[in-house]
Unconditional design. Structure first.
Lengths: 720, 158
């Protein structure tokens, strides 16, 4: 239902209403002081909310069928929501949960920047944003917002967001580990009206056609988002016609307040009050400026059910792509909270209001310069991991072991650009990494190849669909042996795919991932997941094998340092630790891999049930080497557990620990001089110099730990 | 088979004997508000310590009321790590592991040692591995949990 001629300005400008709403919350701690409708008729209160949920879920499902992008169709990288006139989320669909807050940010940004006055909002307008400093995580995250009018006034907003595989960036497919500025990330349209009267503007679409390599996904995703948003708009208008505008507005407010109260109550009941600390890590690999990036969390769970998440000590922002905008940081932290604590509660603006999120400005999760790139999220992802780890510790301390888990995988994938197998311009990335290995739980192994933190329903998509979309051909696709963190309960293994380069001219392959570090920590004695790794094989015998119809390995094999494809096909191989690979014109029949990422492990590996280890070896999840060396399990020739030998191995391992381990005081004495002199490799040295200067708290605690004088500063050779 | 006796079920949760179906049921149903006291009671009976078990720190580590208001961190083997306001890692055995030493991670599956090492913490009493930090060389020990109901001393809390 499009209201002809309806347009703002509202009686009270929306910007003022937003400020009033924020002031009211600051003053009362409530979104709505009384839950009048809930009190009056709790059954219909719930029924109405169910109706709203149904509306946004319908939009989500239909939109997936409208798009041509495999991200949207196959993987479900989509989320829809309904918002108040001030931009507060009332109700969200399932799907790409990391963006629970980003659309809200977009609406509020438009209000705060006088769009109502200077741009104007009309019925049938279509607004678009992919500027991550306004809302979203990177240029690939694209959102559409449309106003919902009633009797000439805006009564809300309907919105959809998808992850689009091409933005016209310097590296095809939008991802690149070497971007220095925002200008390499492709086309940005910050809160632009891209359509009117429910019709997309042709001139804007021409701009997209001429600014990206493959515009079909951008366009069809926009149609998908608009279709879903329009469905929401029309259903809400029908609902308002039925129950009245005032009742709808009151209910919307009460749902937010109700969520706020439920979230507080949930935290109060389940998480043990206290102070929790975790550290997330990523790194930038710009040549000559390599630097580890530090994301320390201090989470305080208060008796009243509120949470303080303080990120003092974050690394500085800069000219590198491993950083996140503040909306991205908010999204990841809140995503962790929703998935691990508030998973069966209503999530909307109220959920977010229990959190006091403190992200220092000028850091790589709250940059003070919008020209800094944000392609790879950076420590914001690590911050999400740290939040989940801290929440797990708080669950454990409360006795709810069944909710405890180690950290989720960090994902990686490949990009492709140039011309596709049909001779058309191509820019895209493969996103089967949305089915990574899940973290180990405190009493259960992590699921293999199943999902990611940012989209718990993530799917890998069919290999055949990916082969239709992107030129590389699958040689193999399966769980990455030994990928998940080792532990009493092991992390889930991610997908490892082996691809062959087809005989397609003008095709470049690249990859994105992390620095050469561990990214997914273990918990309470479990090990982190394996480092991300990409293999690239040149001049192999693949062509000969293909021509002769010879058998190829079915998977990586048991020797992870010398995989089966490498052994079988020979040639020259590169091991790219961290999985960042610049877009490169590989030759036909060259081979490359991508790994989706693996989950962290939980607990001491030598406490793992030996039978579980033997079963994992039989099923190809754990190598024989890891069974013996990590889990200290002796297997007989038939693969069965040798009980007495296993016990002997484990006893020897415990004795080895007593020999290897030294008291903390001795460790400190051995390391102190090195620390005092600042003898670290450049990526670590740069991190320490930056953080020690930036955070007085970190510097004080660092000096205290290493027993350094108060006036000590780390030597800085770059100054000499 | 899911057990009907809630205390027995929670005992299985602690020991890891719980089967996956019972675990899923526990995840799905409303949380029992007295869980922590149930667990403390089970540990008390299981371990037979004279001092009351009053909380959980993490896998293997319990909070014990040592008298005079002092809460200590104690391993299930009986080893005492001392006052919970001080990071228990100060009382652990520490081993800094090369991330590609071939025992845990082989070849390129491990991090670059210039960037990151593994720091393992073992209980001096029973040698169980209590924590594995993935940190750059020289990083202070991470102090994971300080309960709210003990008086915080800034000197020892850091």
């Amino acid at each position: 239902m499009l209201e002809a001629g309806a347009s703002t300005r509202s009686k009270t400008p929306l910007k003022d209403r937003l400020l009033l709403r924020q002031a009211r919350f600051a003053g009362t701690g409530h979104y709505e002081v009384e839950l009048a409708l809930k009190k009056e008729d709790p059954i219909n209160f719930e029924l109405l909310y169910t109706k709203l949920v149904q509306i946004v879920f319908n939009a989500h499902e239909v939109a997936r069928l409208v798009s041509a992008s495999p991200m949207t169709r196959e993987l479900g990288e989509v989320i829809f929501g309904l918002y108040t006139p001030e931009g507060d989320a009332i109700c969200l669909s399932h799907g790409l949960l990391v963006h629970v807050h980003t659309v809200s940010r977009m609406i509020k940004w438009m209000l705060a920047n006088d769009y109502e006055e200077k741009v104007g909002f009309k019925a049938g307008d279509i607004f678009f944003n992919n500027d991550p400093y306004i809302g979203g995580a990177h240029a690939l995250d694209q959102m559409i917002v449309i106003p919902i009018f009633w009797e000439g006034e805006i009564i809300g907003w309907a919105a959809g967001l998808t992850h689009v595989p091409e933005t016209g960036a310097a590296q095809p497919g939008g991802y690149g580990a070497w971007f220095r500025t925002r200008f390499e990330e492709g086309l940005f349209m910050p809160c632009v009206r891209i359509g009117e009267h429910d019709t997309f503007n042709h001139d804007i679409e021409v701009m997209v056609d001429r600014s990206t390599r493959t515009s079909v996904w951008w366009h069809t995703d926009n149609r998908a988002k608009f279709t879903g948003a329009r469905m929401i708009r029309e259903e809400v208008q029908r609902l308002v016609a039925s129950i009245g505008r005032e009742r709808y507005a009151q209910a919307a407010s009460e749902y937010i307040e109700d969520s706020l109260r439920a979230a507080r109550e949930r935290v109060r009941r389940l998480l043990r009050p206290g102070r929790y600390r975790e550290v997330g890590w990523r790194g930038t690999i710009i040549p000559g400026e390599e630097m580890l990036l530090h994301a320390p969390l201090e989470m305080t769970v208060r008796e009243n059910g509120s949470l303080v998440l303080d990120w003092e000590g974050l690394s500085s922002a800069g000219w590198q792509p491993f950083q996140g905008s503040l909306p991205c940081m908010e999204g990841l932290v809140l995503n962790g909270l929703i998935q691990h604590v508030l998973f069966d509660a209503r999530h909307n603006e109220g959920t977010l209001l229990i959190v006091d999120l403190r992200v220092p400005p000028g850091t790589c999760c709250n940059p003070d310069n919008i020209l800094y790139p944000t392609t790879l999220w950076g420590p914001a992802y690590a911050a999400g991991v740290a939040t989940s780890q801290a929440l797990s510790r708080a669950y454990y301390a409360g006795g709810y072991l069944e909710e405890v888990h180690a950290s989720s995988a960090l994902s990686s994938g490949y990009t492709a650009g140039g011309k596709d197998q049909y001779g058309r311009p191509l820019g895209a990335h493969n996103m089967e990494f949305a089915a990574a290995g899940m973290p180990a739980q405190a009493r259960m192994d992590g699921l293999d190849t199943s999902g990611v933190e940012f989209n718990p329903e993530g799917d890998m998509g069919d290999a055949e669909i990916w082969e239709q979309t992107l030129p590389p051909l699958y040689l193999s696709r399966g769980p990455r042996i030994d990928g998940g963190g080792f532990g009493k309960y092991r992390g889930g293994n991610g997908i490892q795919s082996w691809y062959a380069m087809p005989d397609v001219p003008d095709l470049e392959i690249g990859s994105f991932g992390s620095a050469p570090i561990f990214s997914a920590p273990g918990l309470m004695g479990g090990y982190p997941a394996s480092a991300l790794l990409m293999w690239v094989g040149h001049d192999t015998r693949l062509k000969e094998y293909a021509e002769k119809g010879l058998s190829l390995p079915a998977c990586e094999g048991d020797d992870v340092a010398n995989p089966a494809f490498k052994q079988e096909l020979g040639g020259r191989w590169e091991a790219v630790i961290g999985s960042n690979y610049p877009a490169t014109r590989l030759k036909p029949y060259d081979i490359f891999t991508a790994v989706s990422g693996d989950g962290g492990g939980f607990g001491d590996p030598i406490e793992r049930d030996p039978e579980a280890v033997a079963a994992d070896v039989r099923q190809g999840h754990t190598s024989k080497r890891a069974a013996r060396e990590v889990y200290a399990v002796a297997l007989q020739a038939d693969g069965m557990v040798d009980g007495p030998q296993t016990e002997a191995l484990r006893q020897r391992r415990r004795e080895q620990r007593r020999k290897d381990g030294i008291p903390a005081s001795e460790y400190r004495a051995r390391m102190r001089e090195r620390v005092q002199r600042g003898e670290f490799a450049p990526p670590v040295k740069r991190m320490y110099l930056d953080v020690l200067r930036k955070s007085a708290k970190f510097a004080r605690e660092f000096r205290t730990f290493w027993n350094l004088p108060e006036d000590w500063t780390m030597p800085d050779e770059t100054k000499e | 088979m899911a057990k009907h006796d809630p205390k027995e079920l929670i005992a299985d949760l602690i020991t890891g004997r719980i089967d996956s179906e019972a675990l899923l049921q526990l995840q799905r149903k409303e949380k029992d508000p007295g869980r922590l006291s149930t667990i403390c009671q089970i540990y008390q009976e299981m371990l037979g310590w004279p001092e009351p078990v009053v909380g959980l720190v993490q896998e293997h580590l319990l909070l014990v009321d040592a008298g005079s208001g002092e809460r200590t961190v104690r391993c299930t083997c009986g080893y005492d790590f001392g006052d919970c306001r001080r990071n228990w890692k100060e009382g652990a055995l520490v081993y800094e592991r090369h991330p590609r030493d071939g025992q845990i991670y082989t070849g390129p599956r491990g991090a670059d040692p210039d960037w990151m090492v593994l720091r393992e913490f073992y209980c001096p009493g029973c040698s169980v591995q209590l924590d594995v930090e993935m940190v750059p060389p020289g990083y202070p020990f991470i102090f994971h949990f300080l309960p709210a109901d003990v008086e915080t001393d800034q000197e020892t809390a850091g």
